[in-house]
Design a protein around this ligand. Structure first.
Ligand code: OOG
Ligand code: NI
Length: 461
């Protein structure tokens, strides 16, 4: 029998091999990430593994896919459900920053600590929202919906195997092999010719809409390795002649603890694709849809920590607008040094980040009583705090990633109006609860506190 987490690890690995064949610069990105990680491990020792073992980090990937209809999204949920991945978080990219796109998204990922430690594979999944009249007029919307209704992204055999794996949390070896083959194939770039006129009709309105609804299959549009020093990675990729976007999204490089998520990418490459012209001829065209991205993960922030983070981003944007000559990275670093706590202890004490706690290995054993309050327990060595890694995404970075990789031809990708969609709405669409990441982190933190209290003989912490 192949257990669910082994299926997930095998799927991530095979997807990575497939994507490496399809997008060679991805392989370079993975190689350079591995080199950087090895160097960081050598230089920092055990400290390098504070936010995940090197085994986890080396295998760690996130992918991204985009689908067209609620029905397709429900099928995606079944495929990922087989791998122990559940929808977490709601991202409304129609509203994020200045670069809105007509999708709403969630991420499928494992939710409990042990599963994440085994293999944290996650997939950022976006659903096209064609209901907005200013994106699509009634006629085009009807054509788009008919096109989407007629395609099949996932063969019935794959879905049946997925349901079995989800129910039994494992699959017999032969079925596991079949499931993995079909699942990887479902996310490969299809060789079927693209209907050029249809693709271009959608592309005039939105490059994302064309990528989703202009073809008869879905595809993984990037696969992202995790790196322990993203600034170094950016330098080394640039040295190798791969043109990265010039920014690293998210928090700045600074001397304090890494929080949340820092990401950077290289632009989508023009890939040859078979196109069917209006005359019925098949020609070789090119589409720019798939790109490379890399990320560094930091400590998960609480709601309060996140509010501080968002406030600092606004402050950086304001100061950058006032001082156009100054490098944004320098402005950001200065803002952070003033306002962001510079140590894990302070983040914990101010309730800004999530930790799990365990009894301190060197706690007093002379019969003395532990002090009251978490702060004192940590300071006096009764309890140790281990940071929880941010397992999710960031809406502004996600919107930036989308935008930096659009061809720029869509005229309506900046339209911000639309119907109200939220996590409840998306839960209804998927038919399963879209989980709140803050609740998941908090639950993990609270569970560890209960265990510590029990171990130290306290009634509560
Ligand atoms: C997804 C963009 C979001 C991230 O890392 O923030 C994302 C997409 O381009 O479909 O993957
Ligand atoms: Ni990504």
């Amino acid at each position: 029998m192949i257990s669910q987490w082994r299926l997930r690890a095998a799927f991530a690995e095979r997807l990575s091999r497939m994507y490496g064949r399809e997008v060679p610069s991805y392989t370079t990105l993975v190689d350079v990430s591995r080199e950087v990680n090895e160097d960081v491990l050598r230089a920092r020792g055990a400290d390098a593994e504070r936010l995940g073992s090197i085994g986890r980090v080396t295998a760690e990937r996130h992918g991204a896919i985009r689908v067209g209809t609620p029905r397709e999204l429900r099928q995606v949920a079944r495929v990922f459900g087989a791998l122990g991945m559940h929808p977490v978080g709601f991202y409304d990219l129609r509203e994020a920053a200045a670069s809105a796109v007509p999708v709403v998204s969630t991420a499928f990922r494992p939710v409990d600590g042990e599963e994440l430690a085994r293999n944290p594979f996650r997939v950022f999944t976006s659903l096209l929202t064609p209901a907005h009249p200013r994106f699509f007029d009634a006629d085009l919307r009807a054509r788009l919906e008919a096109f989407l209704a007629a395609r099949e992204l996932f063969p019935p055999e794959l879905l049946a195997l997925a349901d079995r794996a989800a129910a039994e949390r494992e699959l017999p070896e032969e079925q596991a092999e079949r499931f993995l083959r079909l699942a990887v194939a479902a996310f490969e770039l299809s060789a079927e010719p693209v209907d050029q006129a249809w693709y271009e009709t959608l592309e005039r309105i939105s490059a994302v809409a064309a990528d989703i609804g202009g073809v008869r299959s879905t595809h993984i549009n990037h696969l992202t390795p995790r790196v322990l020093d993203i600034d170094e990675l950016h330098r080394r990729m640039t040295e190798r002649g791969i043109e990265m976007i010039d920014t690293i999204q998210g928090p700045p490089a600074w001397k304090g603890p890494d929080v949340l998520l820092r990401q950077t990418s290289f632009r989508a490459l023009a890939e040859p694709r078979a196109m069917r012209t209006p005359d019925g001829d098949v020609v070789t065209g090119a589409l720019r849809v798939r790109f490379g991205e890399v990320e560094a993960r930091g400590i998960a922030l609480t709601r309060q920590g996140r509010a501080l983070y968002d406030g600092l981003l606004d402050r950086v944007a304001e100061q950058a607008a006032q001082n156009p000559g100054e490098a944004r990275g320098d402005i950001a670093r200065a803002v952070w040094e003033r306002h962001m706590p510079g140590s894990e202890q302070e983040l914990a004490a101010e309730g800004l980040a999530y930790f799990t706690y365990r009894p301190g290995p060197d706690r007093p054993r002379d019969g003395s009583r532990p002090p009251a309050g978490l702060g004192a327990l940590v300071r006096q060595g009764w309890v140790c705090a281990e940071p929880l890694v941010h397992e999710d995404f960031l809406p502004r970075s996600a919107a930036g990633i989308f935008q930096s990789n659009l061809s720029g031809r869509g005229s309506r990708d900046n339209d911000r109006q639309g119907a109200v969609h939220d996590a409840d709405w998306l839960s209804g669409v998927i038919g399963r609860d879209v989980l709140d990441p803050f609740v998941l982190y908090e639950r993990q933190q609270n569970r560890s506190l209960e265990e510590v209290a029990r171990a130290l003989g306290l009634t509560g912490i």
